[in-house]
Design a protein around this ligand. Structure first.
Ligand SMILES: Nc1nc2c(ncn2[C@@H]2O[C@H](COP(=O)(O)OP(=O)(O)OP(=O)(O)O)[C@@H](O)[C@H]2O)c(=O)[nH]1
Ligand SMILES: [Mg+2]
Length: 219
């Protein structure tokens, strides 16, 4: 079983919104899953929550709405529409890009972005744009190199190191891990980072619970 401070398997679907005006109130903390079409965003969310919450597909461009899942009243996970898929009618593309851009720029509760990239071809232009933007906006990034099961261990490690090296020049709060929805690779690392975004660093929590126990000495 997944060891985490938050029980991600309690997540439940809230809403599918065509634009940010239709999202739940912009309060609390939100973590968004973003990336190119077909990168594995919905699959990663399903693996993390151990549920079939988000619809996945072999056809890129499956997630066209901003899907919201709630962990509790002030913690949400967001499945964003994918970007960079060529075979989408231009009008539709414009609409998604608008709602994606608006979401990223205006959402105050957005406190962390999981950027998912296929481990076999990471850091495409739009991925770099998104990561650059997040660093500029001081939003932490968890870069997941997805479908890690498609590479042998040596190649997988080399890709992780290469992406880490390339992103280190940005000097942002960026963490890079290999991930596989199929095998569960990287899942504990994802849960740990999201716990930190939602609840704060573990040291802080321990300090808090210590001070609580100070007030209530054992009888
Ligand atoms: N081998 C392998 N395939 C995966 C993995 N994760 C996702 N896939 C496959 O990749 C395809 C796309 O996955 P989705 O999770 O739907 O991707 P998405 O990023 O949500 O795509 P859009 O909603 O279209 O933007 C599906 O056929 C998945 O089964 C993985 O870890 N390993
Ligand atoms: Mg999807």
């Amino acid at each position: 079983m997944l060891k985490s401070r938050i029980k991600y398997n309690t997540a439940s679907f809230v809403t599918s919104a065509p634009d940010i005006s239709r999202l739940p109130a912009d309060t609390g903390i939100e973590v968004a899953f973003a990336g190119r079409s077909n990168a594995g965003k919905s699959s990663a969310l399903n693996t993390l929550t151990d549920q079939k919450l988000a619809r996945t597909s072999k056809t890129p461009g499956r997630t066209q709405l901003i899907n919201t899942f709630e962990l509790d009243a002030d913690k949400r996970l967001i499945d964003l529409p994918g970007y960079g898929f060529a075979k989408v009618p231009i009008e539709m593309k414009k609409k998604w890009q608008k709602s994606l851009g608006e979401y990223l720029q205006k959402r105050q509760s957005l406190k962390g972005i999981v950027v998912l990239m296929d481990i076999r071809h990471p850091l495409k232009d739009l991925d770099r744009d998104l990561i650059d933007w997040a660093v500029g906006s001081e939003i932490p990034v968890l870069a997941l190199l997805t479908k890690a099961d498609k590479l042998k261990q040596g190649a997988r490690k080399a890709q992780v190191l290469q992406v880490r090296r390339e992103l280190s020049s940005l000097e942002g709060d960026i963490t890079v891990h290999a991930f596989s929805s199929l095998k569960g690779t990287g899942l504990p690392e994802v849960a740990k980072k999201l716990d930190e975004w939602f609840l704060g660093p573990i040291e802080m929590q321990e300090a808090e619970s210590e001070s609580e126990s100070d007030q209530q000495p054992d009888a």
